[in-house]
Design a binder for this molecule. Sequence first.
Ligand SMILES: [Zn+2]
Length: 118
Amino acid sequence: MAWERFKKLLEEEKVRLEKELSQIARKNPENPEDWEVKAPEMNPMVSDQSELADMFEELETQAGLEYQLEERLKKVNAALKRIEDGSYGVCSVCSEKIDEKRLEANPLAKNCIEHTEQ
Ligand SMILES: [Zn+2]
């Protein structure tokens, strides 16, 4: 089966995720798979407690979002790798073909319905 359609979907998602990530994080120069959250602009003149609290809250929110985006990007990259090495669309537990409708709903699926990780 040709996976071109899924490959295209995954590559589009990869571009979108990297774009979103690049707004709040930067690639770790020593490990391109890893992203680090950019610290918000720290204003050394800020001494107001509530402003500081806002800044930390923002950093926390960004860290959470960064984590989600990075995890998703890892899964997209793993799926693209499976297309490359020919293991895409096959359940990693029982080696049965994954239903194409299921892949359409979730191109990151790596298990059949029976072996879906909860
Ligand atoms: Zn299975």
